[in-house]
Design a protein around this ligand. Structure first.
Ligand code: AMP
Ligand code: ZN
Length: 469
C-alpha cells in the first residue's frame, strides 16, 4: 500500500498537494493551542481533535512526528481573568493548563512532543523583535513596538486579504490607536499598571499574541518546518502576522503547509454563552455523554467542512459506536470456524486500503469511518453464516488495531471488551454448559439475568454470541 500518498489541502496554495517532509521520515508541525483562561469548548476541541488525527495519520503513513502546541498563558483575556480571580497569572493559567490536559486525555487526544508556555519564551520573543528591528520592519510608538506591514510585500499571501493602506476604521486590534497604518500590528506592548511585564533588551513590556507563536515555533522547530495548523479564524490576522514576523526575520519560508479546521456550530448556530448553546466538554460529560461518542461525532465530519453539532447527531454517534463494539465483541466471542468462512484476507486488505485512501485524501475521516462500517457489516454477515477461521479473525483484529491507531474510538480494554464484559462472557459460557447438561432452569435464569442487564444472547450456528441492546 506504499502507493497511497498522503495529500493535504494547503491554504497557502489553495490546492490539494502531496505531503513531503523536509527531513526524511520526520514530520514537524506546529498547532496553535489554547488560550488558558477557561475550559475548552467543543469547538476548540474539534480543532485539537483534527490535529490529533493529523498526528496519528502521519504516524500511520510512517513518519516520526514532532508536534508543538503552544499554551497562550499571557494575553488580554488571561490577564483580565487572573486579576478578577485575584491570583497571579501563573497560578491562574496553571489551573486551566491542567484542565486542558485532562480534557485531552478524556478525548484520547495524544500528547504532542512539546507544550511551550508563552511566558517561558520571553527572551526568544525579545530576540525576534530585535532581529525585526534590525531589518527595518518595526517602529516604536509610545513604548510599544509595531510591525510595519509595508516592509513585507508578501503580506496577505495566506489569507489573500488585501487591506488598503490607512483604511478608515480598519483597525485589526481594537486597542491599538497609536499605529501609523491601520494594517500594522503590535509586536511588543509597553508595560502597564496591573499587567505582568518583563524587562528585556527591547524594553519593559509583554509580547503580542502573534509574536508568541512565531518565537515558539522557530525556537522548537527551526525557521522552516512542515505544517502549521489552526482553526479558520486563525488565518487572518494571526497566521498572516506569524508569516510576516517569521519570514521577515529569517528571510526563509516559515511553514510549507497550512491546514485550517472549519468551525463547529451548535444546532446550526454559532456557539455563544448568551444563546445557551455553548458547551464545554465537561458540561457534556456531566450531562451523561460518553467522551468516546463525542470523539466519534467530532471526527465524523472531515475537518474542512463545518460541523453542525446536535444532540440528535450525538445520539446517532452513540448508536454507531455501539454497533462497532457489538460486532467486535461478537467476533471475539464467536468460536473459531474450521473453514475460512465468508471473508478472505483480500477483503481485509481491501478494507485497509480504503481506510488509508480516505485518510490520504486530506484526512477524510468520513471515508475512513465508512470503510470501517463496511467491513464490520461483512463481519456480521460472515458470522451469521457459519463463522470465521482463527486466521481470518486474527487478521481482522490486526486490521482493526491499525485503524484504531488513528481513530482512537474502540472500547478501552483488549480489542473489544468494556467494564463487565468478562463477567458477562463467563455467564454466557455457564449458560452454554447448563444447556449441554439439560439444566434448562439454570440456563433460563442466566438468560433472564442477562436480559435485566440489557444483554441479548443469540444462538448462532458456531455458538452463542451476545450483544448489548
Ligand atoms: P483559543 O483558545 O480561543 O485560542 O482557540 C483555540 C483553537 O480553537 C484555535 O485554533 C481556534 O481556531 C479554535 N476554535 C475556536 N472556536 C472554534 C469553533 N467554534 N470551532 C472550531 N474551532 C474553534
Ligand atoms: Zn498561534
Amino acid at each position: 500500500m506504499d502507493d497511497i500518498r498522503l495529500h493535504f489541502y494547503n491554504t497557502l496554495t489553495r490546492t490539494l498537494e502531496p505531503f513531503e517532509s523536509l527531513e526524511e521520515g520526520h514530520a514537524r508541525f506546529y498547532t496553535c493551542g489554547p488560550t488558558v483562561y477557561n475550559f475548552s469548548h467543543i469547538g476548540n476541541l474539534r480543532t485539537f481533535l483534527f490535529e490529533d488525527i493529523l498526528r496519528r495519520t502521519l504516524k500511520l503513513f510512517g513518519w516520526r512526528v514532532t508536534q508543538v502546541m503552544n499554551l497562550t498563558d499571557i494575553d488580554d483575556k488571561t490577564i483580565r481573568s487572573a486579576n478578577e480571580a485575584g491570583v497571579s497569572l501563573r497560578e491562574f493559567t496553571d489551573r486551566f493548563i491542567q484542565a486542558f490536559f485532562e480534557d485531552l486525555d478524556t478525548l484520547r487526544i495524544e500528547r504532542a512532543e512539546h507544550y511551550p508556555r508563552a511566558t517561558d519564551y520571553i527572551p526568544q520573543m525579545a530576540e525576534l523583535v530585535k532581529t525585526l528591528e534590525e531589518g527595518g520592519h518595526t517602529y516604536r510608538s509610545g513604548d510599544s513596538i509595531y510591525y510595519r506591514i509595508s516592509t513585507f510585500p508578501a503580506y496577505g499571501k495566506l489569507s489573500r486579504i488585501r487591506l488598503d493602506k490607512n483604511l478608515a476604521g480598519a483597525r485589526v486590534d481594537s486597542d491599538e490607536y497609536e499605529k501609523e497604518d491601520a494594517r500594522d500590528f503590535v509586536l511588543w506592548k509597553a508595560a502597564k499598571e496591573n499587567e505582568p511585564s518583563w524587562e528585556t533588551e527591547i524594553g519593559s513590556g509583554r509580547p503580542g499574541w502573534h509574536l508568541e507563536c512565531s518565537a515558539m515555533a522557530m525556537s522548537l522547530l527551526g525557521e522552516t518546518f512542515d505544517i502549521h495548523t489552526g482553526g479558520v479564524d486563525n488565518i487572518f490576522p494571526h497566521h498572516e502576522n506569524e508569516i510576516a514576523q517569521s519570514e521577515g526575520a529569517s528571510g526563509e519560508p516559515f511553514a510549507r503547509f497550512w491546514l485550517h479546521a472549519e468551525h463547529l456550530n451548535v444546532e446550526s448556530e454559532k456557539m455563544a454563552k448568551s444563546k445557551g448553546n455553548f458547551f464545554t466538554l465537561r458540561e457534556l460529560i456531566e450531562r451523561g455523554h460518553d467522551p468516546l461518542v463525542i470523539r466519534y461525532l467530532l471526527m465524523s465530519v472531515p475537518y474542512r467542512q463545518k460541523l453542525n453539532f446536535t444532540f440528535d447527531g450525538l445520539h446517532a454517534a452513540e448508536q454507531a459506536l455501539e454497533r462497532i463494539a457489538n460486532t467486535l465483541r461478537r467476533l471475539e466471542h464467536t468460536p473459531d470456524a474450521i473453514d475460512q468462512g465468508a471473508m478472505s484476507l483480500a477483503d481485509i486488505k481491501a478494507f485497509l486500503r480504503h481506510f488509508r485512501e480516505g485518510l490520504a485524501d486530506d484526512l477524510n475521516t468520513a471515508k475512513a469511518l465508512a470503510a470501517l462500517h463496511t467491513v464490520l457489516r461483512q463481519v456480521n454477515t460472515a458470522l451469521d453464516s457459519g463463522g470465521l477461521s482463527a486466521e481470518i479473525k486474527q487478521a481482522l483484529f490486526g486490521a482493526f488495531k491499525e485503524a484504531d491507531s488513528v481513530l482512537g474510538i474502540f472500547p478501552e480494554t483488549g480489542t473489544s471488551s468494556t467494564g463487565d464484559d468478562d463477567e458477562i462472557q463467563a455467564l454466557v459460557e455457564e449458560r452454554t454448559e447448563a444447556r449441554k447438561n439439560k439444566d434448562f432452569a439454570r440456563s433460563d435464569a442466566i438468560r433472564d439475568e442477562l436480559a435485566t442487564r440489557n444483554i441479548v444472547i443469540e444462538d448462532t450456528p458456531p455458538g452463542p454470541v451476545w450483544r448489548r441492546q
